[in-house]
Design a protein around this ligand. Structure first.
Ligand code: SF4
Length: 332
């Protein structure tokens, strides 16, 4: 017989108390899974917080690149995922597409030595490793500006993967020239060359949505994530990473209305009143939403049975170079 959510929660708590596990959950997880976590945060916060954690197992409720980041930074830890879910954006690039992007630039007269790759943390370990091997580094949406400023100091062309929107938004903010591979532009004439990846969830917001809210509620603020299209970010009052958005919204006066352009689950639990979702379509991340309470329970049970499921493995070479790329970011 199928267990109810309350029964599942009871069993999860019992197993958590008995096993050497830390359950971590990204902000975009379903509410009932999020409630069961010992540590919550955005992707980098979770990798950093679990580094200092003493439990044998990290049970990661999120998407694959996040679990990989924990494993890369703390290879001695055993990382399991209740659902082997993949971020759609991270899946838009792999080692082969990365190599092809380098080739694209070489064919246009830019030598490999003159390219500095930067990968958004939303990429799989193989891409982070490629970036690390080329002397590049990782960035998050909150530190991208700082990372790019430092990288520009090396006097090289920046190849930014995989999120074209984040790359373009940061370039716009900094007054830099950018282009997207496969679109109009000459790599020799720009500062940042972006790979053509994107987050399907953050593409759901439109300038029409912004106009709708501004007309309906004069004085409303528009807050968006830099994974949204540059046209959306340009028309927003505040653009920030997940953690920056949380802080911005929570510090608003209670009566201030705000429409937010980012993932539904997070926005929904942020502020009970005067907070709106900036879309007529529910912007839920389908892969983040794959993890259910039952998956979490079955994963903990598999650890208890001595046969952990969905354990993250990263080969030694990938781990080494991906860690270098992540640590270059952390050093900044
Ligand atoms: Fe990936 Fe977008 Fe989902 Fe984040 S919201 S995990 S970037 S698909």
């Amino acid at each position: 017989m199928k267990l109810t959510n309350e029964e599942l929660k009871q069993k999860i708590i019992e197993l958590k108390n008995r096993l050497s596990v830390t359950v971590v959950a990204h902000f975009y997880q379903r509410d009932e899974v999020f409630e069961m976590a010992d540590i919550t945060g955005d992707s980098l916060e979770l990798a950093m917080k679990t580094k200092d954690d003493n439990a044998e197992f990290v049970v990661f409720c999120g998407v694959a690149f996040m679990g990989q980041s924990v494993k890369v930074l703390s290879p001695h830890k055993r990382v399991v995922m209740p659902k082997a879910a993949c971020c759609a954006m991270a899946r838009m690039i792999d080692g082969i597409y990365f190599d092809n992007s380098i080739k694209f630039l070489e064919e246009r007269g830019i030598t490999k030595e003159n390219i500095l790759p930067i990968t958004y943390i939303n990429s799989n370990a193989d891409v982070k490793a490629k970036v690390g091997e080329m002397g590049g580094l990782v960035c998050t949406s909150s530190n991208a500006k700082k990372i790019i400023t430092t990288a520009l100091g090396e006097g090289k062309k920046i190849l930014f993967v995989p999120d074209r929107c984040l790359g373009q938004n940061i370039a716009n903010q900094m007054g830099l020239k950018s282009m997207v591979i496969g679109h109009e532009g000459n790599p020799s004439e720009v500062d940042i060359i972006c790979y053509d990846g994107f987050c399907s969830v953050h593409q759901l917001f439109s300038v029409d949505d912004i106009n709708f809210y501004r007309k309906k509620y004069p004085g409303i603020l528009i807050a968006t994530h830099p994974e949204c299209d540059p046209a959306i970010c340009d028309a927003s009052d505040f653009v920030g990473s997940t953690s920056q958005l949380i802080k911005f919204i929570q510090e608003l006066p209670a009566e201030q209305k705000v429409a937010v352009g980012t993932e539904f689950n997070m926005v929904n639990r942020l502020r009970p009143k005067n907070t709106y979702i900036l879309s007529s379509t529910k912007p839920e991340c389908p892969t983040m939403n794959e993890t259910t309470l039952e998956d979490l329970y079955l994963t903990l049970k598999s650890i208890d049975d001595g046969k952990p499921i969905n354990e993250i493995e990263v080969d030694e070479t990938t781990q080494k170079w991906a860690k270098i790329a992540l640590e270059r970011m952390l050093a900044l």
